[in-house]
Design a protein around this ligand. Structure first.
Ligand code: GLN
Length: 478
């Protein structure tokens, strides 16, 4: 591990500013490491440093970008065979903004196909190894971005989170992941999964870097009518105390189904929060237990509609079949989509069909409203809600691929905030041993959820906790 790649992004930018390092030296160190990637974290790596504004605030630093962000002239396949070789004619707004701020794209990262998954094993381009234990998953769906940052192949990365795909892999890889308030970042140029939930966010090694990258991401974009930007600029956090901060611990997300080691690490951090002056109180989010079921109706419903555009006519793969239009459609979709994507299209189409719409889709929307109301009530009493991020540490590759429901349950702690459009951040929360095994110990995550557009406060709390938790991520960069 070179010295350059031991620096956080903020530290590297400072050194470039002082003339101790050059932008190209930093880019080159990461590019070379990315080209030698043994984790399968990347699906594409830049051959040389691209042109960029190295005098801009982000100083020409490399940025790893989840494959589902369209990048002009660079493969953007969303982990799917149906988009194999697709070269978009334009770049996603958020990537463009970060380029304008001085970022340079070092690579595109592997992911679950169309962001559907929790382990990165649904990628058409193969699974990603967790840098802490290579026989284990990095989490998903943004597994490549999380693994790349944890392993020191990129100083930071972009991911997307629909039901947990930034927070959960961040937790499993021992890094920071921020899922912003829905609408604060443009979705233009993100290959869609479930449009009412999808949101881009940063993966970083520490909370300061998350604030810095997110600062340059927020925007009202005329090309995304659901984007509103952020009411205040995102600042770099400095808090060292949590005096007067009221933390709520939802019973429903901190009990059954959470591994013993994860819970132990969670309670240790609650203790630290109290030592910093926070009050910690248990409360109930009565509809949280139905959030997972509602999500797995709503997200597939939106996906079935979004994915109808892949017909063999416009993008990527085309299977001609017997020459009829119907055969072109069915042959392309049969060959191009993986099993999980097909499963979701089937569920979503069923839930939206006229005979079942009221029983499933409408009902799930009603649950979504109830979950949002639960949070609104909780934020009358609390400044932030804290939970473990993932109920488990990273599991073994192949361990859950045969059991979609077991895989879905990995999202119990992250999905409620997604349904409510709220910001959530996962920070490293120490290590825990997998249950029933002697080791190795693996990272766990602490999730903090805040009211909409309160990212600045959330980042302050996360920063203060990060200082006292004192996580050492070097084990993943060895
Ligand atoms: N694991 C969840 C799913 O499979 C969430 C994925 C995501 O946030 N993109 O849908």
């Amino acid at each position: 591990m070179s010295d350059i790649r031991d620096l956080t992004a903020r530290q590297a930018i400072d050194q470039i500013g002082r003339g101790a390092l050059s932008s190209d030296e930093v880019f080159g160190a990461y590019r070379d490491a990315s080209a030698a990637d043994e984790l399968n974290a990347y699906t594409w790596v830049a051959e040389a440093a691209p042109a960029g504004d190295t005098a801009a605030p982000l100083a020409g630093l490399p940025l790893a970008v989840k494959d589902l962000f369209c990048t002009e002239g660079i493969p953007s396949q969303a982990g799917s065979k149906i988009l194999e070789g697709y070269l978009p004619p334009y770049t996603a707004s958020v990537v463009e903004q970060l380029q304008a701020a001085g970022s340079r794209v070092v690579g595109k990262t592997n992911q679950d196909e169309f962001a559907m998954g929790s382990s990165n094993e649904n990628s058409a381009y193969g699974p990603v190894a967790n840098p802490w234990a290579r026989d284990r998953v990095p989490g998903g769906s943004s597994g490549g971005s999380a693994a790349a940052v944890a392993a020191g192949l990129a100083p930071w990365a972009l991911g997307t989170d629909t039901g947990g795909s930034i927070r959960q892999p961040a937790a499993m890889c021992g890094i920071v992941g921020l899922k912003p308030t829905y609408g604060s970042v443009s979705r233009y140029g993100m290959i869609a999964f479930a449009s009412s939930l999808d949101q881009a966010g940063p993966f970083t090694r520490d909370v300061t870097d998350a604030a810095l990258l997110y600062h340059h991401m927020t925007a009202r974009d005329p090309r995304d009518s659901t984007s509103v930007g952020h009411p205040e600029p995102i600042g770099l956090p400095t808090a060292t105390k949590l005096e007067g901060v009221r933390l709520g611990v939802p019973e429903e997300l901190t009990g059954e189904g959470i591994e013993h080691g994860v819970l132990k690490a969670f309670h240790a951090s609650l203790q630290l929060a109290q030592e910093l002056g926070a009050s910690v109180e248990t409360f109930t989010l009565p509809h949280a237990e139905h959030a997972l079921a509602a999500y797995y109706v709503l997200a597939p419903a939106e996906a079935s509609s979004n994915l109808s555009r892949y017909d063999g006519v416009r993008y990527g793969l085309r299977v001609e079949g017997d020459g009829t239009l119907m055969d072109l459609y069915t042959g392309t979709r049969e060959a191009g989509f993986g099993d999980e994507v097909k499963r979701r299209i089937l569920i979503g189409t069923y839930a939206l069909s006229s005979g079942y719409y009221d029983a499933y889709y409408r009902r799930a929307q009603q649950v979504r409203t109830k979950v949002a109301q639960d949070f609104a009530a909780a934020f009358q009493r609390f400044d932030a809600i804290v939970t473990p991020t993932s109920p488990t540490v990273a599991f073994r590759l192949g361990e859950k691929t045969g059991d979609p429901l077991a895989m879905y349950k990995g999202d119990i702690c992250t999905i409620p905030a997604s349904l409510a459009g709220l910001p959530g951040i996962s920070i490293p929360n120490g290590m825990a041993e997998p249950p029933g095994e002697d080791g190795p110990a693996l990272p766990t995550g602490l999730q903090l959820i805040g009211p909409a557009f309160r990212e600045n406060r959330l980042l302050q709390y996360a920063y203060a906790l990060e200082q006292v938790i004192g996580f050492d991520g070097s084990g993943a960069r060895a």
